[in-house]
Design a protein around this ligand. Structure first.
Ligand code: SAH
Ligand code: DHB
Ligand code: MG
Length: 225
């Protein structure tokens, strides 16, 4: 049953993907480089990348903040949608990931549009705030899930009215519904979702997705006031 569902989701993902998110040489090279370097295969899917790109266009974002760079695959999708002078600031803990991402972004001709900050995001975020960075127009949260509640708080500090906040991996094969779980990622995600749902400044929603990464989902919130 589970396997049947997954192969059907793969087939539909592949059909939609060919229509809406076909890979060019640079996207192919990025994914190949990420796998060759042994990075975990947790990049957004092509369609999810395109989804983020459409979000950047919809919000007419010029300043994007990404928490969780990995090999820069999602970054490529978002950076490509920026207008002239637009910027992505992307935060990454692992210097090795940042190095691979830099090569991928250079190959894609996007290095000038992306500023990579290496270190724990919870150290980079206060620095960004202190420097007067932002407000960001779109913030994509996709790093260590246990810290999602703190990332949401920092996102709000670095936002303006109208900023879109997108959180990846909020369903994770359905494990998110386990309120008794002691796993850090599930607890972090659940606390983040609860905070988004009740936050007085946010209008928020969560959607499940299926596809090549299984059952998962995005939470999204607009800073409404
Ligand atoms: N957005 C990427 C995937 C990110 S995977 C894409 O779709 O292509 C999550 C990344 O967050 C990993 O590279 C991991 O090293 C990084 N990460 C984990 N903990 C972190 C932390 N505390 N601060 C910053 N980055 C962190
Ligand atoms: C994991 C993390 C991600 O950001 C993702 O998109 C998928 C999986 C993980 O840590 O398992
Ligand atoms: Mg993710």
């Amino acid at each position: 049953m589970k396997k049947d569902s997954q192969s059907l989701w793969n087939a539909v993902d592949s059909y939609f993907g060919k229509l809406f998110a076909p890979h060019d040489a640079e996207l192919n090279a990025a994914i190949r480089a990420n796998r060759a370097a042994g990075l975990p295969a947790i990049d957004v899917s092509p369609l999810q990348g395109k989804f983020l790109q459409v979000m950047v266009q919809m919000t007419q974002a010029r300043r994007v903040l990404e928490i969780g760079l990995l090999g820069g695959y999602s970054t490529i999708w978002m950076a490509r949608a920026l207008p002239k002078g637009g910027r992505v600031v992307s935060l990454e803990y692992e210097p090795r990931h940042a190095e691979i991402a830099r090569a991928n972004l250079r190959r894609a001709g996007l290095l000038r549009r992306v500023e990579i900050r290496v270190g724990p995001a919870l150290e980079s975020l206060p620095k960004l705030k202190a420097e007067g960075a932002g407000p960001f127009d779109l913030i994509f949260i996709d790093a260590d899930k246990e810290n999602n509640p703190q990332y949401l708080e920092w996102a709000l500090r670095l936002a303006r009215r109208g900023t879109l906040i997108v959180v990846d991996n909020v369903a994770r094969h359905g494990t998110v519904i386990d309120g008794a779980s002691k796993a850090g990622d599930i607890r972090g995600t659940r606390r983040c979702l609860a905070a988004m749902a009740k936050h007085p400044r946010l209008s928020a929603v969560a959607l499940q997705t299926v596809g090549m990464k299984g059952l998962d989902g995005f939470a999204m919130a607009v800073v409404a006031r």
